[in-house]
Design a protein around this ligand. Structure first.
Ligand SMILES: [Zn+2]
Length: 108
């Protein structure tokens, strides 16, 4: 069992580190960065979105989508502004189709 576990660590860690980065500010140990939703955003918008800047409509902070905080453990994926912590995007996948709600994020 230990051998299998070791194999899995070797096989999955480099990809996980490349695709996402843990955001560790205070108690936000479960937060990922915006790269965690890159594939779903590409599927929805049809283009690479992590480098697109978004302006938070709560506090006015502008930052690339890759720098937003992503909480993937909720029933839907919740994306929060790194500066004020308010929700700027929600992704819900139903029957293989992803719905993206971005009312609180002005994409540029
Ligand atoms: Zn904000």
């Amino acid at each position: 069992m230990l051998g299998l576990f070791s194999y899995m660590r070797v096989a999955t860690l480099p990809l996980a580190k490349k695709m996402t980065k843990r955001v560790s500010h205070g108690s936000d140990m479960d937060a990922l960065d915006g790269n965690a939703i890159a594939g779903r955003l590409f599927e929805h918008f049809g283009s690479e979105m992590t480098t697109v800047r978004g302006r938070c409509r709560h506090c006015g902070t502008s930052a690339p989508v890759a720098e937003l905080r992503v909480y993937a453990r909720a029933p839907g994926t919740v994306v929060r502004c790194r500066a004020c912590g308010d929700v700027v995007m929600v992704l819900v996948t139903i029957r293989g189709s992803t719905r993206v709600h971005v009312e609180a994020l002005e994409l540029r």
